[in-house]
Design a protein around this ligand. Sequence first.
Ligand SMILES: Nc1ncnc2c1ncn2[C@@H]1O[C@H](COP(=O)(O)OP(=O)(O)O)[C@@H](O)[C@H]1O
Ligand SMILES: [Mg+2]
Length: 193
Amino acid sequence: MSVEGRPGATVWFTGLSGSGKSTVARSLQACLGRQGRRTYVLDGDDLREGLNSDLGFSAEDRAENVRRVGEVALLLSRAEHLTLVTVISPYAAGREQVRRRHERSGVEFVEVHVATPLEVCEARDPKGLYRRARAGEIERFTGISDPYEPPVAPEVVLGTTGRTPEDCAAELLAHLAARRLADPEPAGSASRR
Ligand SMILES: Nc1ncnc2c1ncn2[C@@H]1O[C@H](COP(=O)(O)OP(=O)(O)O)[C@@H](O)[C@H]1O
Ligand SMILES: [Mg+2]
């Protein structure tokens, strides 16, 4: 148990590029920070610059990317952090492996499918990656030229279309509070936009 009386846990955001994983995780981190919880956002893009810089985008390398991120998340969560992981993690098998690793260690694993439809992600295209993938400049781009296997039984299916990131974060906070991993937001602030 943490000093706040709560154990760590891993909140695993999976979804297409541009679905909103990083944006919602940052917003949720801000909410949790206000509650005094220890949080860490483990972002797939950051890890690919360092720890995983030897990995590409083949099926094997994507699986290894997810395995390593899962191991780092487990370490942080065991050290009483709420660890918010934002990686596309396109393959169900890899996510299941990470879930089992957590279960065996007695650490809660909350899988959040950021279920923004491809068309919406592509219209957002925050980094211009879909445009480049369509132009053939990026190979093996998830959703375009590489598969995405949606989770079958995630703890949360999060819609983001037509909503603010803060509204999405509030939904997740309520879910974490119901699992006693966070405090509920005080009345009136949960729906603040
Ligand atoms: N409800 C929402 N939640 C998250 N992002 C949203 C939402 N509505 C619009 N967006 C926009 O969608 C984009 C999501 O990008 P990002 O968070 O980097 O996605 P990912 O990390 O999944 O690749 C951002 O430009 C963000 O402003
Ligand atoms: Mg991201």
